[in-house]
Design a binder for this molecule. Structure first.
Ligand code: HEC
Length: 159
């Protein structure tokens, strides 16, 4: 009986302490799923996937797929400008445009012309743009490179 009481009071104490802890370290309530806005890092991961796919599409001369990926990257960047225009209080819109608009234009042109050398040049220029911004924001350790394997293997990259 005493043992059982002790058990119960320990449980009550635990609940009380837990409750107290909750008050002290109160977290904001879960985000409203209808208003969920992905963070910049989440949006960047989408960009990373398309950046990976684009390489294999272009490398394997799958120009329609390359055009699709270029478009997806453009949309991803456009989404960032609307959904996450500021990072740590500063606008990133000008930097996004300044670092990606020209390489994206060149990528579109190279893909339309089915110009492999132009594709590689524009791809590397875009990748440099990614990394310049990362370095400028203290994320130099997020170093984007030409991929060596497709991130997703359940899709064919050959035309
Ligand atoms: C205008 C600035 C800017 C440009 C351009 C930019 N990034 Fe980023 N990126 C950031 C910032 C800032 C973060 C850190 C975000 C965070 O942690 O919330 C980031 C984070 C990332 C991450 C890490 C995400 C994670 O959670 O693992 C990846 C991957 C990434 N970027 C890919 C890219 C790629 C690919 C490009 C180019 C096609 C690119 N970024 C261009 C600013 C930029």
């Amino acid at each position: 009986m005493f043992k059982q009481n002790l058990k119960i009071s320990t449980a009550v104490l635990a609940v009380l302490m837990f409750g107290f802890g909750q008050v002290v370290t109160a977290q904001p309530p879960p985000k409203d799923p209808d208003r969920y806005i992905p963070g910049l890092g989440d949006l960047m991961e989408g960009l990373q996937v398309q950046h990976n796919k684009l390489w294999f599409a272009g490398d394997l001369l799958n120009w329609p797929l390359a055009a699709y990926s270029v478009d997806a990257i453009k949309e991803g960047i456009a989404d960032m400008k609307v959904l996450r225009p500021r990072y740590k209080g500063e606008s990133i819109v000008e930097m996004l445009d300044g670092l990606t608009a020209k390489p994206m234009q060149d990528l579109e042109a190279a893909v339309a012309a089915q110009d492999s050398a132009g594709f590689v040049r524009a791809y590397d220029a875009l990748t440099d743009g990614c990394n310049v911004c990362h370095r400028n924001h203290g994320y130099g350790f997020i170093a984007i490179v030409r991929p060596s394997v497709p991130v997703l293997t359940n899709q064919r990259y050959e035309p």
